[in-house]
Design a protein. Structure first.
Length: 142
């Protein structure tokens, strides 16, 4: 609910070295990718490994935008190929940090300027543990 259809979710992940919380889940994520609920459910029908590890299947679903918006991953350790192979877009972390100086951003709405001079209005969440969930009484609308 926090991202508009067609929007971009940019994830700054300087410390991320793998996709899953353990090696087995990481392996399954790399094999099946973040392809959305229908594709994950189809993969479960054919993969005994995925059937035995429902937490990996849940991770594949929760990590997907379900085709609503782009997920752009800016990792510190994972390669462009690793990011794209699981279904995310890749951007170089250093390039994005130059564009979005997180030391000077506030939680919530921020305004910046793109390289072409256009205005860039975006919502910043410093702590990813807060998630992207929205409550009716805490709407992110301006």
């Amino acid at each position: 609910m926090a991202i508009a259809d067609g929007g971009d979710l940019i994830i700054l992940a300087p410390g991320v070295r793998r996709f899953g919380e353990d090696d087995e889940i990481d392996t399954l994520i790399r094999r099946f990718g973040y392809k959305g609920t229908p594709q994950t459910m189809e993969s479960m029908r054919h993969s005994h490994e995925l059937q035995k590890n429902l937490s990996a299947a849940a991770h594949l679903i929760h990590g997907s935008s379900e085709g609503r918006f782009k997920i752009i991953y800016c990792p510190g350790y994972l390669s462009k190929e690793e990011i794209e192979n699981v279904g995310f877009e890749y951007r170089n972390l250093d390039d994005v940090l130059r564009q979005y100086d997180i030391a000077h951003l506030n939680n919530g709405w921020n305004v910046g300027t793109n390289d072409d001079g256009s205005i860039d209005e975006f919502y910043f969440i410093r702590n990813p543990a807060l998630g992207l969930w929205s409550l009716k009484d805490r709407s992110m609308k301006k």
